[in-house]
Design a protein. Structure first.
Length: 457
């Protein structure tokens, strides 16, 4: 009986902080297709590279970055199987499929644009375990929004700083495993060891956080617009606007099978227009540490290590166990404080929630939920908020069977508000909720002529 009471109290004590203690999150995308993300702790690290690092570029200025919140990052890039689950559930068509010119597939020598090239046919054989490619930034964001809607979790692309923090772990070397090209080939797929295309994920050695394919195989879209780093130490940086006077480009990280090992350094940065659809571009998913709204039954949070139960000194059954009494009282106190904390949090969230014409806005650490329980399918909701001292506004469209959308802002939003509208208000740089395309269109041509590789390369 005493052991049962002790186990129960330990379970109550641990349950309130299970998310923070979890080493991974596993999400079911449907039909048994799983997506696993690894816990990445917050902290301060040096982003960029020293002037002496071989292969260093001018945009890698070394500076101190502090991340104030833990997060979870996909153990591997999103795979063909995972993207297939998304397409099967939503009917989504990628930009390469909707456009008349197709994507930039790999013909064995170079990236070449043809109408037949898309994520299903990148120009080389692939299995469900290969990383999905030929996806634009918006294709990646559509997948991210779908995962968030499906699971109720706070889902996004990682910021550039989060990506490099996760790649480096505790290292400061050019690669997370060392400093030479041989070290890079041990952990990733590049032109010397994979000249014909991508490889199934998870075959090379992981880093200290047990993340695979952070170096090589495919470049990975991140949340930032491309531009110079801020001077001096920064906290939770994310580039929400493109560099003034430059072609608006998004950042990619990690190197690819089309490149030499030096392009897979932790600090190496790449940029391409958001509509680029190349056979060496992929992405991976990030989750915030916060649980957010209650997840659906299709997702699960799985701690890697089992919880160990404390054991006290052996005592006679005829005498009261003082240690057990102390544990009982202490656990009850912790439980009561936890309940009070939850009630206080709920009260604060209720007080900071805006309600307008049946629309509820619930702020989060880097965005907010728009909840319209009485809205009709396809209803557009106009929102406004302030972040980093700038005013933003845009629209989200409710999807069939969904009455809520998450708007990712990249920073803590202030005074978010939302009201139903009959037509969309186009705001090019405002975050957008997932919506399947309804019209066939081609993407604008790149700013410069294609010569072998896409111009941003």
């Amino acid at each position: 009986m005493r052991r049962q009471i002790t186990a129960f109290l330990c379970t109550v004590s641990v349950s309130s902080s299970l998310w923070a203690q979890s080493a991974s999150v596993t999400v079911d995308l449907g039909d048994g297709t799983l997506l696993e993300a690894v816990h990445i702790p917050s902290g301060t690290f040096r982003q960029g590279s020293p002037a002496t690092e071989e292969g260093r570029q001018e945009d890698e200025a070394l500076h101190e970055v502090s991340l104030t919140a833990d997060f979870f990052l996909g153990r591997t890039p999103v795979t063909v199987a995972q993207f297939t689950a998304f397409v099967r559930d939503t009917g989504y068509r990628t930009e390469a499929e909707r456009g008349k010119s197709g994507g930039f597939g790999f013909d064995g020598q170079r990236l070449l644009q043809k109408p037949a090239y898309n994520w299903r046919a990148p120009g080389f054989p692939q299995t469900p375990a290969h990383p999905v490619t030929l996806v634009t930034f918006e294709d990646a964001m559509a997948f991210v929004r779908w995962v968030g809607l499906r699971t109720g979790r706070d889902t996004r692309l990682p910021t550039e700083a989060q990506w490099e923090r996760a790649c480096r772990a505790t290292t400061q070397s050019p690669y997370f495993s060392g400093a030479t090209a041989k070290d890079a080939l041990d952990i990733g797929w590049f032109r010397p060891n994979s000249p014909a295309g991508t490889q199934p994920v998870g075959q090379k050695g992981p880093n200290e956080f047990h993340l695979f394919d952070m170096s090589g195989n495919v470049f990975e879209w991140v949340a930032d617009w491309y531009g110079p780093y801020s001077a001096g130490p920064v906290t939770d940086p994310v580039a929400l606007q493109p560099k003034a006077g430059d072609t608006a480009r998004r950042v990619l990280r990690g190197g690819a099978f089309t490149k030499e090992p030096k392009h897979g350094r932790c600090a190496a940065r790449y940029a391409n227009t958001p509509g680029s659809r190349n056979a060496d571009n992929g992405f991976r998913v990030a989750f915030s540490e916060s649980l957010g709204p209650t997840p659906s039954s299709s997702s699960s949070v799985s701690p890697v290590s089992p919880v160990s139960m404390p054991s006290g000194p052996r005592t006679s059954s005829k005498e009261p166990n003082s240690a057990l009494v102390v544990l009982l009282l202490g656990s009850l106190a912790v439980f009561c404080l936890g309940v009070l904390g939850v009630l206080l949090f709920a009260l604060i969230r209720w007080a900071t929630t805006s309600r307008s014409q049946g629309v509820v806005v619930r702020p989060g650490p880097d965005g907010f939920w728009v909840h319209a329980p009485r809205a009709r399918t396809g209803q557009r909701v106009h929102y406004q908020y302030t972040a980093d001292g700038q005013h933003h506004e845009g629209d989200v469209q409710l999807q069939p069977g969904q009455d809520r959308q998450y708007v990712y802002t990249g920073a803590a939003p202030r005074n978010p508000r939302a009201i139903p509208v009959s037509q969309a208000v186009q705001t090019p740089q405002a975050p957008r909720a997932f919506s399947a395309p309804t019209a066939d269109h081609d993407h604008p041509s790149p700013p410069t002529a294609f010569r072998g590789y896409p111009s941003a390369y």
